[in-house]
Ligand binder design. Structure first.
Ligand SMILES: [Zn+2]
Length: 466
């Protein structure tokens, strides 16, 4: 969690997440065993195909799926014998979306009271996360980069449960905890100084390169997929100043080098320009938030090939959800103070050619509302609709280092696919209500008119009892 945004009440963020409800039963079908996918080939006939990479839209094409992967995409695809055909010829097919900044083990109602984290066991956090994961997947986000949790390693357990097929959710990369300075944006700061918090709530608190190397090594040992460094102050942390740097460049570099030994990338939470420059120079893969990015910081991220993950939707969420949930006034004040400059800054970065990957900070907004950010990327920062879609498909996949498996409808990729009965290039708001979601060749959700949710769940139960 942690950011800014813009004032207007754009969406009733009391959020119509209800839309996920009717398909809950069908969602059980998501839990395909690893290496699974349907037993016979599946051919999806699409009215239009947006493949996540190309500028062009393919009219009237077929996506052929064998096992959990795509094997052919095109206008003329010969179908193997026994192929099941799914007719989406009045729909636009797109790759399953990717959110590069989520916190699936957190929820908005935990944002107002830090003591809430003390009342929850790891088991409680885990059980509450199950619904977050399902809502995210049913919203069409088949992959997430989950960038930190207060209760260390609960995200690792969630990822593993999804991969085993025990829980319905997106493919996940997880960070395990936040690497943060004492009193920084990844700490719980509201307690009296003589209170010593349990280790699992301050696993990543570190000062100096040696301590940073130590906590990164612990993260690697617990099988995280990336490291999350809180490089600057934060909006959603008491007493923390977003405009102020936290770690030094030397400290961030220590994290990048240690993570690099294990083949892991680093995501840097950074609001202020100095922290953005320091993080880019230190070699992080992404700047998350990027609120006060200026001309020098834009030059730095361009020079070092750093992505920016701009979670624009979290701004309105801090105000709307924050008020609803009784979050501290300090959070809302900090958000209001920067709600004009943030979209302007990111717009300049986008114009300069910075690679912007889609991320929402879900947990600030309710889980499953991720797609509501798409129109903001056009209206606020000047992307074309196709650029906004690519930011959540091929661009996001490249940031994660997963471009060979997700983010495009192409042979060899996982059969992660969504479909909408409209042209999203005309109006991206249609993506906020996706009726058809497939992950790894299995239908997760089919809420098209006339469909009876539940068949997929029955198939899943059959496959699990074998
Ligand atoms: Zn966050």
């Amino acid at each position: 969690m942690l950011q800014v945004g813009r004032g207007a009440v754009i969406f009733g963020l009391a959020l119509s997440l209800a839309l996920a409800g009717p398909v809950a039963a069908a969602a059980a079908a998501a839990a395909a065993p690893p290496g699974g996918g349907p037993a016979r080939p599946v051919a999806i006939r699409c009215g239009r195909i947006i493949d996540g990479v190309s500028e062009e839209v393919l009219a009237g094409g077929t996506v052929l799926i064998e096992g959990e992967r795509i094997t052919r995409v095109g206008r003329e695809v010969a179908l193997p014998g026994g192929a099941e055909v799914i007719d989406l010829s009045d729909h636009t097919c797109l790759p399953g979306f990717i959110d590069c900044h989520t916190h699936l083990t957190d929820r908005p109602e935990s944002g107002g009271d830090e003591a809430d984290h003390l009342r929850r066991s790891a088991a409680d956090v885990a059980f509450r996360s199950i619904d977050n994961a399902r809502r995210t997947l049913e919203a069409g986000f088949t992959t997430v980069r989950d960038v930190g949790t207060y209760h260390a390693f609960t995200d690792v357990a969630l990822r593993d449960a999804i991969n085993r097929g025990d829980v319905v959710g997106p493919r996940m990369q997880v960070a395990g905890f936040y690497v943060t300075i004492p009193g920084g944006g990844g700490e719980l700061n509201s307690f009296a100084p003589e209170i010593r918090l349990p280790e699992h709530l301050r696993f990543g608190v570190a000062s100096g390169p040696d301590e940073i190397r130590r906590v990164v090594r612990q993260a690697v040992r617990q099988r995280v997929d990336l490291i999350k460094v809180i490089a600057s102050g934060a909006f959603l942390a008491l007493g923390s100043v977003p405009q102020a740097p936290a770690f030094t460049e030397e400290e961030i570099r220590a994290a990048v080098r240690e993570a690099g030994k294990a083949g892991l990338k680093v995501a840097a939470h950074a609001h202020d320009a100095l922290s953005i420059v320091a993080s880019a120079r230190a070699g992080v893969a992404s700047i998350d938030h990027g609120t006060f990015i200026d001309a020098e910081a834009i030059r730095a991220v361009l020079k070092h090939g750093t992505y920016v993950v701009a979670d624009l939707i979290s701004g309105p969420c801090i105000k709307e959800v924050g008020r609803e949930q009784g979050w501290p006034e300090e959070y809302i004040r900090k958000q209001e103070e920067s709600e004009t400059i943030w979209p302007e800054s990111i717009r300049k970065a986008q114009r300069a050619g910075v690679r912007i990957a889609f991320g929402t900070d879900a947990a600030v907004c309710p889980h499953g509302a991720n797609a509501r950010q798409f129109p903001l990327m056009v209206e606020w920062i000047g992307m074309t609709p196709m650029q906004a879609i690519r930011s959540a498909t091929s661009v996001a996949a490249a940031l994660m280092g997963w471009e060979d498996r997700v983010g495009s409808l192409a042979p060899g990729r996982f059969a992660d696919l969504v479909a909408v009965p409209a042209d999203p290039l005309r109006d991206l708001r249609v993506l906020a209500s996706i009726p058809f979601v497939m992950k790894g060749g299995r239908v997760i959700k089919d809420a098209r008119p006339g469909r009876t949710p539940g068949n997929e769940a029955a198939q899943f139960c059959e496959s699990r009892s074998n």
